[in-house]
Design a protein around this ligand. Structure first.
Ligand code: ADP
Ligand code: NI
Length: 202
């Protein structure tokens, strides 16, 4: 399968995204899918195409989900020549893997794409994307004690630190644990840089 057409389509759709869900995110999720597929056996082309398109029908990327579902369906059927069944499978993956939806996954392919997407929420990239998102929503980087979605560091606690335990495969769990280490270190630096040193206050 030649994925160039898919990449072109996704690029045209994510061109203007400024909240951490741009083409660069989609390409890293594709890369993560390929890493996981070294250890997990399932339908590779379903995983890869889903990784490319997974955010196109998410409300963080579009205000008109129904319209995007139609456009994506018609692209997959007429341009990529997928069967109805393959197309349905991909749409199901896209609509079930989101953290906030907390839905039960129905295929190995969905589990692979979910882990790949979640890995891109962690590590150096995860830190950078959280700042991108916080900028887009005008949220502060850090408020002492905040562990909610209202601040970037709060989001680490509210969601990101929980991801390693939620991974579907051992290979992703291991990769996630390594990426969390950097984030914890980053957090300790942010905390100390935000501490007011009494000597400087007079
Ligand atoms: P999912 O696709 O699993 O629902 P999201 O699209 O909600 O995940 O989040 C993707 C990324 O966007 C997060 O990993 C994080 O970097 C950023 N993000 C989401 N919500 C917030 C928030 N409240 N504060 C900062 N960053 C956020
Ligand atoms: Ni995503």
């Amino acid at each position: 399968m030649n994925y160039q057409e898919v990449e072109k389509f996704v690029k045209s759709k994510l061109n203007n995204n400024n909240n951490g869900h741009g083409l660069d995110h989609a390409l890293r999720v594709v890369k993560n899918v390929k890493l996981i597929l070294r250890e997990v056996d399932c339908q590779k082309h379903i995983c890869i195409i889903s990784a490319y398109v997974h955010d196109l029908i998410d409300r963080k990327v579009t205000n008109d989900i129904n319209h995007e579902i139609q456009e994506l369906t018609s692209f997959l059927k007429s341009q990529i020549k997928l069967t109805n069944r393959e197309c349905e499978h991909i749409l199901t993956i896209c609509s079930t893997i989101s953290y906030s939806k907390n839905e039960r996954l129905t295929s190995t392919e969905a589990m692979v794409v979910q882990d790949a997407d979640r890995l891109d929420a962690l590590g150096a990239t995860g830190i950078a994307r959280t700042i991108q998102y916080s900028t887009a929503t005008h949220s502060p980087i850090y408020i002492e004690g905040d562990k909610s979605d209202d601040t970037a560091i709060g989001h680490f606690h509210a969601k990101l630190y929980k991801l390693p335990d939620l991974m579907n495969f051992q290979v992703s769990k291991q990769l996630a644990a390594e990426k969390i280490e950097l984030m914890k270190l980053f957090e300790t630096h942010i905390i100390s840089e935000n501490k007011h040193n009494e000597e400087h206050l007079h």
